[in-house]
Design a protein around this ligand. Structure first.
Ligand code: ATP
Ligand code: HSE
Length: 322
């Protein structure tokens, strides 16, 4: 095969929610999914080259991740983007070497990173010339939570919400999941009728609690130097962590006891995404803050892995590598 082009896609991991910002806030962190891609000149004139796309995978999830182009989340996403643009598959033979250091299903946005990588792969493979804003639309058609994908694609601290698309906006976007979602909603509405009144009162109180903190947190995170006490207070949440703490032994103790007053350098602590990772925002003293969390998990017989990561401004990137 004649070599024609070499590219690298890098996509950072992310933490979402950041306490009160359920499905809203995200932060981009310095641990990167990478795709090293070699695209070869097509030797024949085929409808698509899906059968000549060779995927290799190393890192987290290497024993479970499917390597078939139609099943792997990254390539499946790329095929979705291509299909939306009336392109029936990969337009050239290629090898894609994926390296994934992001733990899966741990609240560090591994699926969001894979979806972002897939959209960028579809964009380059189909020569679509999509802007990052338009790529975000595609990401959101697949990953309906906006927080991780927005952080992974754009970088930095982000706030996001899903905007309803009118016909003009929607353009070529196709929501393959809509049918399934409608069916699911019909099923749950009926079962919840008797609980509606009690449930609404509880949720309204929690919503106000979180909205107050969310507004203050966004302001507090933009101040320099950071006010640790204010950030820690503003990272309290009553919407998702109370439900998730039953699944994560130690979470309540950690959030209640690991505070900036006792651990200088700490700004605030919360569940990362859907968990079970704990996110500690800190400026220094990483070892003593980590040790406090490790010790509390150890009391519940839970072993931990610590990663000290930087908040990064840059989001996903694609570069030519010669
Ligand atoms: N690099 C990857 N390649 C292929 N599939 C992936 C990759 N990363 C994640 N996935 C898929 O996404 C799933 C994990 O998604 P899930 O939303 O449960 O967790 P997460 O994204 O790591 O955490 P969170 O959304 O709470 O931050 C994996 O089980 C796998 O199916
Ligand atoms: N905001 C989402 C992120 C995980 O995808 C959640 O908490 O479930």
């Amino acid at each position: 095969m004649t070599y024609s082009r070499k590219l690298q896609i890098t996509v950072p991991c992310s933490s979402s929610n950041i306490g009160p910002g359920f499905d809203v806030l995200g932060v981009t962190l310095s641990l990167y999914l990478t795709l090293d891609i070699s695209i070869f000149e097509p030797a024949s004139d085929k409808k698509n080259y899906n059968d000549e796309v060779v995927l290799a995978y190393s890192g987290e999830g290497k024993d479970g991740v499917p390597l078939s182009v139609e099943k792997n989340l990254i390539t499946k996403t790329a095929l979705y983007v291509l299909a939306c643009n009336n392109i029936s598959g990969f337009t050239a033979p290629m090898t894609i070497n994926v390296n994934n250091p992001i733990p899966m299903g741990r609240g560090l946005g591994s699926s969001g990173a894979a979806v972002v990588a897939g959209v960028m792969l579809g964009n380059v493979s189909g020569h679509l010339g999509l802007t990052k804003d338009r790529m975000l639309d595609y990401c959101l058609m697949i990953e309906h939570h906006p927080d991780n994908v927005t952080a992974a694609l754009m970088g930095g601290f982000v706030a996001s919400y899903l905007r309803g698309l009118n016909t003009d906006d929607a353009g070529e976007l196709k929501d393959e999941k809509n049918d399934a979602i409608n069916k699911f909603s019909t099923q749950i509405n009926y079962a919840e009728l008797n609980l509606t009144l009690v449930y609404f009162q509880l949720i309204d109180h929690c919503k106000v609690f979180n909205l107050q903190r969310l507004a203050v947190l966004i302001m507090a995170l933009s101040q320099s130097p950071p006010d640790a006490d204010l950030i820690c207070q503003a990272m309290q949440d009553k919407v998702h962590q109370p439900y998730r703490k039953q699944l994560i032994p130690g979470l309540s103790e950690i959030i209640t006891n690991v505070k900036p007053t006792t651990y200088p350098g700490l700004l605030g602590i919360c569940l990362s995404g859907a968990g079970p990772t704990i996110l500690a925002l800190a400026t220094h003293n990483f070892d003593s803050i980590s040790k406090a969390v490790i010790d509390m998990f150890a009391k519940k017989n839970i072993e931990t892995v610590v990663k000290v990561l930087d908040v990064v401004e840059g989001g996903a990137q694609i570069v030519e590598t010669y």
